[in-house]
Design a protein around this ligand. Structure first.
Ligand SMILES: Nc1ncnc2c1ncn2[C@@H]1O[C@H](COP(=O)(O)OP(=O)(O)OP(=O)(O)O)[C@@H](O)[C@H]1O
Length: 650
């Protein structure tokens, strides 16, 4: 059983947190290994960015013009400290641009910017990889498979963390119970093609997906944004239940909470301009600000009032600065610093977290996933197959398009006779199949991009290895691509009247399968690289268009300038078209046309025709090998790109 499983406390076993006691008496650090929550603390977290840039002329020393923009540093977070005890819910609040998301992401190891300061888990310096085992992060937007039901979504998620069926079943049941999703367990998540869960239910399911890993620490980025007040209340209540019953430590940023929601947190961290304005229980907020000489007007919500009070963009800047300057000398700050000191947390070298050395501290050797890579692949394959079978966007829409295109090709080039004058028509039909059926692989992009977001969420939370994902994707993709090639290839092959030998038909379908597989693998690289759909479409269209130019149909390839002839060797379309042509024309003699139209008054050997294209010596099986290699290389590139860049850091 994994360490994660060991730490799991069933929902039914209630965990009570003496929050008031902790606040006033400053209890000793919780070192009880049975406790499922984490003691999470941070001290003097500072994040800075370089702003502005000098002109290229001044960089190169050509100009000392006054137009040169000063390079400077901006502090996004300035010495922010705090503690959350097991079983507590912390809200990070503040006006827009105050640094809430940056703080959450810094604490959760999700920022690319260097983070300075001390971050500790159970009193020990944080180790990036071990941290993933204990902490999970729920993003602001829900990235879920729309075709899976609530129960399926949670079950598949649990399979990445539990090795026994019993563990999986109990975690799924617990998650549905605590998140109020029991009645929706058989409802699909929903999206473009299915009606499904409401926004609030989806958000709760996103929490559930992380909850089944039994995290000790849960981060949530603006979990209530976009929800109506009832859904926001339900969600926060669920989070509070999770904290209370399991001892899970919860940290979330929150935007404009209602008064009821505001009062549901145990600790409140108020930020303004990247600095702390207040840290402590929400019910003591008024007292703190009262001591600074501010009192709340009648009939005003506390949450709204404090946010307005510390808003330097639309409020009194001097007053905000007074509040921020007063914080380090306040009673609450004193309590916090004493607690941090008690835990031995200072910003000395041992606790220093720097972007350059995130894995250098203790625990690096403990790197492991909760389940083995073969098992992760197995789960991903089963989930992938189910999604492909259910979600029309992944395969069935494309299946329809390919079948219709194949029928169209058949209608246009219908039952061509095997005559010499039809050789050009056969060649053009093959060109169209090799060029346009491959081009249509662009349509896989929306599905790949949607899945990429799910991959990033799961990978960033340490759910599985990138290699497991890539292998599983290939295992799921290949049979469906073969199905497309078989259906579309068979229809157009017999309608057009290509070579009637069964072996040649099989090779045609095989070549079409390989070309679609390579094209999809290339689209996977594009999907991994591009941030937006529209950029991916443009990039895909350009690449396929470029490959078509050197396919060998429009111009004999040896007529292209020597300095660009090499391009064909990286062009998928060249290998597929050459293979199709060789398959169709080799070892055949095309009879004279009945109407004796020049230039085909005599029988024409297939080889003679192939020679005009430069394909007479093509080794078609060799080209199949090249295409298999291309598919593998593209998938390796996509995997390496995803491993390197899609870490979930912003
Ligand atoms: N990578 C970055 N480079 C430059 N500035 C940044 C970067 N990340 C954040 N900032 C700036 O830091 C400040 C805090 O941003 P952050 O997103 O953390 O605020 P926020 O409180 O979460 O805002 P909101 O509530 O509007 O989402 C903003 O002024 C933002 O422009």
């Amino acid at each position: 059983m994994s360490a994660v499983e060991n730490n799991y406390t069933p929902y039914s076993e209630s965990y009570t947190v003496p929050i008031e006691e902790q606040q006033n008496d400053i209890p000793a650090p919780n070192t009880d290994s049975e406790s499922s929550g984490a003691l999470f603390a941070w001290h003097n977290i500072t994040v800075k960015v370089t702003v502005g840039s000098s002109s290229w002329k001044s960089k190169l020393g050509f100009s000392k013009s006054s137009k040169t923009v000063q390079v400077g540093e901006k502090l996004i977070l300035n010495s922010v400290s705090g503690i959350v005890e097991p079983g507590q819910v912390l809200f990070i609040m503040g006006p827009s641009g105050s640094g809430k998301s940056t703080l959450l992401d810094s604490l959760a190891d999700r920022v690319k910017l260097p983070v300075y300061g001390a971050v500790t888990l159970d009193g020990h310096p944080k180790d990036a990889f071990a941290f993933k085992q204990n902490a999970k992060y729920v993003e602001q937007f829900d990235h879920l498979f729309q075709s899976l039901t609530v129960k399926e979504t949670l079950s598949y998620a649990a399979q990445f963390y539990c090795n026994s069926e019993e563990c999986r079943a109990s975690r799924v049941e617990d998650a549905m119970e605590i998140l109020g999703l029991k009645n929706q367990q058989d409802v699909k998540v929903g999206g473009v093609f299915f009606r499904g869960l409401s926004g609030g239910q989806k958000r709760r399911l996103s929490v559930g997906v992380e909850l089944v890993s039994a995290p000790r620490l849960l981060f949530l980025d603006e979990p209530t944004s976009g929800l109506d007040s009832a859904s926001a209340f339900n969600l926060i209540q669920s989070l509070r239940n999770i904290a209370r019953t399991r001892g899970t430590t919860i940290v979330c940023t929150i935007h404009q909470p209602s008064e009821t929601v505001f009062e549901m947190c145990d600790q409140l961290l108020l930020l303004s301009g990247g600095r702390v304005a207040y840290f402590g229980p929400p019910k003591e907020t008024l007292n703190h600000f009262g001591q600074l000489g501010y009192s709340i007007p009648e009939h005003t919500s506390v949450a709204e009032w404090v946010i307005d009070l510390i808003n330097a963009d639309f409020g009194d800047v001097d007053s905000v600065n007074r509040i921020l300057d007063a914080w380090p000398n306040s009673e609450k700050a004193d309590l916090l610093y004493r607690r941090l000191k008690q835990l031995g947390i200072t910003d000395n070298d041992e606790f220093m977290v720097k972007k350059q050395t995130p894995l250098s501290s203790i625990g690096r050797k403990d790197v492991h996933f909760s389940t083995s890579m073969p098992w992760q692949t197995n789960v991903l394959v089963r989930r992938g197959f189910l999604n492909v079978l259910r979600n029309p966007a992944v395969i069935w829409l494309r299946f329809g398009m390919y079948v219709m295109l194949a029928i169209l090709i058949g209608i246009v080039w219908l039952r061509l006779a095997q005559t010499a004058s039809n050789m050009q028509n056969f060649a053009s039909a093959l060109f169209y199949v090799a060029a346009f059926m491959v081009f249509m692989s662009i349509s896989v992009l929306p599905a790949y991009l949607e899945e990429k977001e799910i991959f990033i969420r799961e990978r960033a939370n340490g759910t599985y290895h990138v290699l497991s994902y890539q292998v599983a994707h290939f295992i799921v993709d290949a049979p469906f691509v073969f199905l497309l090639a078989l259906a579309a290839g068979t229809i157009c092959y017999w309608l057009v009247g290509f070579n009637s030998a069964f072996g040649r038909y099989c090779f045609f379908v095989w070549t079409l399968f390989l070309s679609l597989l390579v094209a999809e693998s290339m689209m996977m690289v594009i999907a991994a690289i591009v941030p937006y759909f529209i950029v991916g479409i443009a990039m895909g269209a350009f690449v396929f268009g470029a490959f078509m130019c050197v396919q060998g149909f429009f111009i004999p390839l040896d007529n292209i300038g020597w300095w660009f002839r090499w391009f064909r060797y990286i062009a998928l379309n060249y290998y597929s078209f050459a293979s199709f042509m060789k398959n169709e024309f080799s070892n055949l003699v095309f009879s004279p046309s009945p109407d004796y139209i020049p230039p085909y008054p005599n029988p024409v050997a297939g080889e003679t025709y192939l020679a005009q294209f430069g394909f007479a010596t093509v080794n078609a099986w060799g080209y199949s090998g090249v295409m298999i290699g291309m598919a593998i290389i593209y998938r390796i590139i996509a995997g390496v790109w995803m491993w390197w860049f899609h870490t979930g850091k912003h």
